[in-house]
Design a binder for this molecule. Structure first.
Ligand code: ZN
Length: 337
C-alpha cells in the first residue's frame, strides 16, 4: 500500500492523503501522483499604460481571455497617475480581476493625491527610482520631509508600497533584459550614486515605517544570501517573484539551484509575492507577455513547494499584504489545467 504524506521533498496535493481513508479507502491510490497546485494566481506586479476606461477594460478582457486557463484570477496594475486615477478606479469597480496602485513620481510627494487614490480604491502605492536615474534627480529625495508626509498617510492607512529600488547592471539575456537598465542615462546625467546607495536609502525608509509593508521589486537585484540578511533585519520587508524567479520554456532548474531556492521559499514563505512585471495593454505583444507570465509560473512549479507555501506565494501573501479578499474561481471545463 502506498503511503502519501506531505513531506519536505515530495509534497502532494492534500486530497491524495485524504483518499487514503475517505470512503473507507475506496479511492486510495487514485491520482496518487497529483502534486500541490495553486488555487489561483494573483499577480501583484503588472503595468498598465492605457488611459481611458474603455481601452483599459478591453485590455483586461484580452489578458484574462488567455490567462484565465492558466489560473490567473487577479492582477494589481501599478501605474495610476494623478491624470489616470479615475480610469483605474472605474475599471477596478467594474471588474474584480483588476486591482491597482497609485504611482506618484519621485518629484511628486503629494499626500492629497495619495489620499484621493486610497479613497477611490487603490490597494497600495508604487514607487520607482528609474526617473531619478533618467532625469538626474536626487536619490535621497525619499528622506525629505515632503515624502515623510506621504509615508505617514500610507502607514495610517496600513497600505503597502511596491518599490522598484535598484536597477540591473549587466545584460540579462536569459530574461531578455537590456544592458545597464536606466544606468546608461544616469551616467549621462552625471549621477555617481550606485545600487548600494539606492538600497541604503530604501532600507532607511523601511526601518522608519515599520507599519508599512515594503515590497522590493525584482528581489532588489540581489541574491538569496543578501535577501536572507535583509529579511532578518527588516520584518516589514517583502519581495516579489518578478524577473529573477524565472525559468524559460523547456528548461529545468538544476537540483542545487532548486534546493537553495526552496530553502529560501520555505524560510520566508509569508514574504514572497507572485509578480511578473508583465505589461497589459490592448493588442500588446501577446505571446511575449504570456510567455513572460508562464516563465514565472514555471519557476515556482519547479520548486515543488508544499501545498500551503504554494498557496501563500501564489495568492494569499498578496491578498493579506494588499488587504484584498480571497476569491472564488469558476471552473469552465471538466478538467482545470
Ligand atoms: Zn515593474
Amino acid at each position: 500500500m502506498s503511503e502519501h504524506k506531505i513531506d519536505y521533498d515530495l509534497p502532494y496535493s492534500p486530497d491524495v492523503a485524504e483518499r487514503q481513508t475517505s470512503d473507507e479507502g475506496f479511492s486510495r491510490g487514485w491520482g496518487e501522483h497529483f502534486q500541490p497546485n495553486e488555487a489561483y494566481w494573483v499577480d501583484c506586479h503588472v503595468h498598465m499604460r492605457d488611459k481611458s476606461t474603455d481601452v483599459m477594460a478591453r485590455a483586461v478582457g484580452e489578458y484574462f481571455e488567455r490567462l484565465d486557463a492558466w489560473r490567473l484570477r487577479r492582477v494589481i496594475a501599478l501605474d495610476a497617475r494623478s491624470f489616470t486615477v479615475d480610469a483605474f478606479a472605474e475599471t477596478g469597480k467594474k471588474d474584480d480581476r483588476f486591482c491597482w496602485c497609485a504611482w506618484p513620481r519621485y518629484h511628486e510627494p503629494d499626500a492629497d493625491f495619495v489620499d484621493r487614490a486610497f479613497q477611490a480604491g487603490a490597494c497600495g502605492l508604487k514607487l520607482h527610482n528609474a526617473h531619478i536615474l533618467t532625469e538626474g534627480g536626487d536619490y535621497k529625495v525619499w528622506l525629505g520631509k515632503d515624502w515623510q508626509r506621504v509615508f505617514e498617510r500610507v502607514a495610517a492607512q496600513r497600505k503597502p508600497i511596491l518599490w522598484h529600488v535598484t536597477q540591473r547592471l549587466t545584460d540579462s539575456p536569459y530574461t531578455g533584459g537590456n544592458r545597464d537598465s536606466y544606468w546608461r542615462e544616469a551616467r549621462r546625467n552625471g549621477l555617481t550614486c550606485t545600487n548600494a546607495d539606492l538600497l541604503e536609502v530604501f532600507l532607511q525608509v523601511v526601518k522608519r515605517y515599520p507599519d508599512i509593508p515594503f515590497i522590493g521589486a525584482h528581489q532588489l537585484h540581489v541574491g538569496f544570501d543578501k535577501l536572507d540578511e535583509m529579511f532578518e533585519r527588516h520584518p516589514n520587508l517583502l519581495t516579489d517573484t518578478s524577473c529573477g524567479f524565472f525559468v524559460r520554456w523547456g528548461d529545468h532548474l538544476y537540483d542545487a539551484d532548486r534546493r537553495r531556492a526552496r530553502q529560501f521559499f520555505l524560510r520566508h514563505s509569508g514574504r514572497i509575492l507572485f509578480g511578473t512585471d508583465c505589461g497589459i495593454g490592448v493588442e500588446a505583444t501577446q505571446e511575449y507577455v504570456f510567455q513572460s507570465f508562464l516563465g514565472h509560473v514555471r519557476y515556482l512549479r519547479q520548486l515543488h513547494l508544499p501545498h500551503d507555501v504554494l498557496q501563500a506565494v501564489s495568492h494569499c501573501n498578496t491578498e493579506r499584504t494588499f488587504g484584498l479578499p480571497e476569491l472564488q474561481v469558476k471552473r469552465k471545463g471538466n478538467v482545470r489545467p
